[in-house]
Design a protein around this ligand. Sequence first.
Ligand SMILES: [Zn+2]
Length: 310
Amino acid sequence: MTPNLSIDKSVTTAENNTDDNLHPAIAAQRVIVPNQVNQASLNPADLNQANINQQGLPQPILHHPILHHLGLHQHGLHQPSQNHILAALPTADLANLSQYLQLVELPVGTMLYEPGQESRYAYFPTSCLISLQHMLESGRTAETASVGNDGLVGVALFMGGNSTPSAAVVQISGYAYQLEGYVLKQEFKRLIPLQQLLLRYSQVLLTQISLTAVCNRHHSLQQQLCRWLLLTLDRLNTNEITMTQELVAGMLGVRREGITEAAGHLQREGLISYRRGHITVINRKGIETHVCECYGVLKKELLRLLPEGT
Ligand SMILES: [Zn+2]
C-alpha cells in the first residue's frame, strides 16, 4: 500500500444567523465563508483559519512544511486504510486509488453536499462523522443516515444520479479522504473489488435509512438516543462525543426538551454525563440494555456485508 502523502486543510466559519425561528441544527449548519489561506504565510495559528474554495469545498495544502513539522506525514497518523471501505480493497487497488485521494480536515458544520446539487467529490471519512439529512420548507430537519469510517459520502456519484434531495453535513469534525467524482466513477467501472464494496455499502445505507424511518416512528426517544449514541461511538472509537443537545435533537427531528429529558434519565442512571456540549458515555453496556433492536440489526448487516476495517 502506498499511503497518500498530501494533506488538505480547511475550516469553515459560521454565518451570523439572526433568524431565531430557524431550527438550531439548520442555524449551526449555515456555515461556509470562502476565505483562501495564503499558503506561503501559513503558520500554526493559521491551521485554525478558513480555507475554502469558491464552491465552499475544502482546498488542498500540499506538502506544507508545517504539516511535516507536525509529523502528520512521517508517522502515518493519517492513512486511507483508516476508512473501512478503503481498507477492504486489495493492496494493489488501494495503492492505485491512493494517488487520487486527498486528505482533508472537515470542521463541524461543513456542508459537503447541498440538496439537489451535483457532487464534485466523494468523501471517505476516517475520523469525522457526516450526517445525511433532509430539510423541510419549515426549516425543520432530521437525519436519515450517518456516515463515518465505515462508509463514504457520495453514493449518488456511482449510482448515476449525481445528486440527491438530501444534504451531507459534518456533525463531528475530523478527517476524510476526498476523491474527485469523475475518478470515483472511472474506478468504479474499472476496479471490480471497489465496485462490489460500494454496492454492498449502498445496501447498508439503504438499511440504515429504512431503520431510521421505522425507529423514529415506533421507538421511544430514549431508545433512539441510545441508537444514535452507540452508532456514533462505533464510528469514532471514543467514549466522548462533542455535540450539543440542540444538534442531537435536530438530527433526531425532535424538540430539544425531549432530548434533555431522555439524556437526563440516562445521566441519572450513571450511563452518560453531559457537560457544555460534551456527551461522555460512562457505561456502554448500560446503553446497550436501553437501545432498541434497530442498532443490532444495522450492526449485523454491516458485519454481513462489509468486513471490519483496520
Ligand atoms: Zn429503534
